[in-house]
Design a protein around this ligand. Structure first.
Ligand code: PLP
Length: 348
């Protein structure tokens, strides 16, 4: 309330000192040179792609098992998303499938750190170096997550973050951010978020109206110092779920890759053998809300329209995944009740 009052009294509602302070604090947290606050995670992806030089005619390699915004951003800058299948153990892009998907038009790779877990970045960065490609990380679900001890969003040429209210660091409205160590990318991104102008009314290119609100920045500044503790609390909740569910037949618990510090934006199990929807329905009847992220892999949406069977692991994941209730302060007896309900739903 004090932070909100401070902004209301200042009369400065868009960008300004509050946003600048937030950008400095996030840059310090991530250990990155530049942080640029924007309107949303989607805009962070769009603006970062343009700042990296991706445009019409280009192809960008990405995963089909993600939120629509990842591929949508590629399409919105005039490029074409080229999907490759996922690694079934992590749900993230399978680096081994990237090289066969490259063409003379490939400009960038856009890995997503899905559910809060790092994609396997070393082989991705190696392929990018070898072929002169840019790497943009979609960190919307993984604020504070790590790959081999390094903060996600700082490994590629740029990282795109979302502060949608339900994300691990959530605002009280829309918000997003671009992180980069590249001075030129940062300068372009700053211009693009403000109508392509370095100086007001001296517009140099068509850009966007995509600035972070001071109110959101002020709220995020209050929350940022807590995010590590909240992520640790999520990891504790995940460990308790793992203990409860590891020997339950018909449930496959998530696997944490050795290179990843998973921050469990979602705790997502698999319910194989065509039973997922019925288990979800039974849990709902017992008052337990679960979600399917995502029921349709992007290549199967009519906008992209690849035939069924193109990416079998993404399609299987879409049929099997179920995200259980997850929040930092969740009590273990709540988890115990969910475990009992899952046993009942699976066995009835
Ligand atoms: C939430 C999300 C986005 C988009 O972020 P918004 O702030 O809602 O625009 C992009 N990619 C992924 C993987 C997301 O989960």
């Amino acid at each position: 309330m004090a932070a909100i009052g401070r902004v209301l009294r200042s009369g400065q509602f868009i960008l300004g000192p509050e946003v600048e302070a937030f950008e400095r604090e996030v840059a310090a947290y991530l250990g990155v040179k530049h942080a640029i606050g924007v309107n949303s995670g989607t805009d962070a992806l769009v603006i970062a792609l343009r700042a990296l030089g991706v445009g019409p005619g280009d192809e960008v390699i990405t995963t089909p098992f993600t939120f629509f915004a990842t591929a949508e951003a590629i399409s919105m800058v005039g490029a074409t998303p080229v999907f490759v299948d996922i690694d079934p153990s992590t749900f993230n892009i399978n680096p081994e499938l990237i090289e066969p998907a490259l063409s003379s038009r490939t400009r960038a790779i856009l890995p997503v750190h899905l559910y809060g877990q790092a994609a396997d970045m070393d082989p991705i960065l190696e392929i990018a170096r070898k072929h002169g490609l840019k790497v943009l990380e979609d960190v919307a679900q993984a604020f504070g997550g790590e790959y081999k001890g390094r903060k996600l969003g700082t490994l590629g040429d740029a990282g795109a973050f979302s502060f949608f209210p339900s994300k691990n660091l959530g605002a009280y409205g829309d918000g997003g951010l671009i992180a980069t160590n590249d001075d030129q990318v940062a300068e372009l991104a700053r211009m693009l978020r403000a109508h392509g102008a370095r100086k007001k009314y001296y517009n140099e290119m068509p850009g966007y109206n995509s600035r972070l609100d001071a109110l959101q920045a002020a709220i995020l500044r209050v929350k940022l110092p807590h995010v590590d503790a909240w992520n640790e609390a999520r990891r504790r909740v995940a460990r308790t779920y793992n203990e409860l569910l590891k020997d339950v037949p018909g449930v496959v618990i998530p696997c944490e890759a050795p290179y990843a510090k998973h921050v469990y934006h979602q705790y997502t199990v698999r319910i194989p053998e065509g039973r997922r929807d019925e288990v979800q329905r039974r849990l709902a009847e017992m008052g337990i809300g679960t979600m399917v992220y995502y029921p349709v892999p992007l290549h199967r949406l009519p906008v992209y329209g690849y035939p069924e069977g193109t990416f079998p692991e993404a399609e299987r994941a879409a049929r099997e995944v179920l995200s259980l209730p997850m929040w930092p302060g969740m009590k273990s007896d709540t988890q115990q009740k969910i475990w009992e309900a899952i046993l009942y739903a699976i066995n009835s």
